[in-house]
Structures are given as C-alpha cells and as structure tokens.
Design a protein around this ligand. Structure first.
Ligand code: C5P
Length: 229
C-alpha cells in the first residue's frame, strides 16, 4: 500500500493541554492508528532506570531506545491503552509525574530522539494516523495533512492534571504539580533538539477555560474541513 495517501493528523502541545484525551477520542471515533510518542520516552526512562542506566548517559540510552520491545494493546471499553515492555504490563508505572519528568530528561538527547524516529514513523498505516506529542508536526511528520497545537495556561494545565490524579487516587499538591509542570515545560521548550513549538502551518487552539467537549468540537471541525469525517 502506498503510504503517501494515508492521512496524518498531528496533535502537539505541552502536558495538560488536553492533547492526549483529544487524540485518544479521535482515534476511537475514526478507527485510525494512534501514536502516543510521549509513552515511548516514558518507557525508555522506565527501562533505563530498571537497567541502571543513568539519565546522563546519551549513547547507552540511545542503544536502549533502539532495542526496546514495546507493545500497545487496546483495552476494550476504555479510553486507555495498555503499555507492555518485554511482555510485562507497565501501563500505570509510566503514567506518573515522576516518569514524565524522567522522560523529559532522556528526550533532550539528540541520539535518543534519532533512535526513535523510524519507530514513530512505522505507526503510519491505513486508514490513517493520529500522532500525539511535542514534535509530531515539526519533525516526525512534517508532511502531515492537518496539524493541531493545543495550548493552555500553566495554572489550568496544573489544575487539570491535579484533578485527573485525584480521580485516580494519587495524592499530590497543586503547588508541587505546578512547579513540576513548569520545569518540564521549560526543559521541553528550551532544548536544542526538536523543542516544543507549533509547526508554522499548525492550527493553534488555546484551550484555557474550554471544557473538553468544546475543544473536541473545534478539532472535529478541522477534521471535517479536511474531509476526514
Ligand atoms: O506527553 P507526555 O507527558 O507523555 O511526554 C513525556 C515527556 O516526553 C515530555 O515532557 C517530553 O519531554 C517528551 N516528549 C518529547 N517528544 C514527544 C513526546 C514527548 O520530547 N514527541
């Protein structure tokens, strides 16, 4: 099959911008493939830690990134997707704020990012792909048919994350989440390779104050304008 004709939609943005929720819902709604690129960096950090590789060792981290045996498996009737490393389920272990922080450290290395390029491009399959991350529209799929960049104020993103974690029984303070998110944001936006930024041809949506349904309706309209719905 000629992959040139397979539609690609990229949804980039900082943590807590709603991109994960929107991407997963659109993936379910359209039955397109879904790339959660952040999960790859989280899995790498998790695996490095369990193998005793330090987050400062670029070359061993890049080698590990090439060798990871990863599977994403849909969970029936759930918005979530099961994550497996070497046949071991690690879905919840990689979702912590701490693992997000570690992921952003390994993600700052050029060799690590390079090692994951082909793995990410391999998600492109018919009938279409929704790619969620930081550099989907700028670096991994610059040829995407539709690029969306979701933003929101730091305060609101911290609050959304706080409510999500509270719901799932994880106890953190809003203040600590706020400072963790702000540090991670700074690292992601200021790194030399593939920093978090909108592609020049991205539609930028500031979701501050918008309920998820309102964000979804903006996103659906963009899909409709491209003839994907
Ligand atoms: O999106 P998520 O919070 O799971 O991403 C975790 C971390 O992985 C981000 O803070 C970022 O540093 C890194 N990441 C990245 N490029 C991507 C996706 C995630 O650098 N495309």
């Amino acid at each position: 099959m000629n992959l040139k004709n397979v539609p690609i939609v990229t949804i980039d943005g900082p943590s807590g911008s709603g991109k994960g929720t929107v991407s997963r819902l659109m993936h379910k709604e359209l039955g397109w493939h879904y790339l959660d690129s952040g999960a790859l960096y989280r899995i790498l950090a998790f695996s490095a830690e369990s193998k005793g590789i330090r987050f400062t060792e670029e070359a061993p981290l890049a080698e590990l990134a090439k060798a990871l045996q990863i599977q994403f498996i849909e969970i029936p009737n759930s918005e979530h997707i099961g994550v497996y490393l070497d046949d071991r389920e690690i879905t919840t272990q990689i979702r912590t704020e701490e693992m997000g922080e570690k992921a952003s450290k390994v993600a700052a290395f050029p060799q690590v990012r390079e090692a994951l390029v082909m793995r990410q491009r391999a998600f492109l399959q018919a009938p279409g792909l929704i790619a969620d991350g930081r550099d989907m529209g700028t670096v991994i799929f610059p040829e995407a048919d539709l690029k969306i960049f979701l933003e929101a104020s730091l305060e609101e993103r911290a609050e959304r994350r706080y409510n999500q974690l509270k719901k799932s029984g994880v106890h953190v303070t809003l203040q600590s989440l706020f400072s963790e998110l702000s540090q991670r944001d700074m690292r992601d936006r200021q790194r030399v390779v593939c920093p978090l930024k909108p592609a020049e041809d991205a539609i930028i949506v500031d979701t501050t104050g918008m309920p998820i349904e309102a964000v979804l309706s903006v996103v659906r309209r963009a899909f409709r304008e491209k003839g994907f719905i």
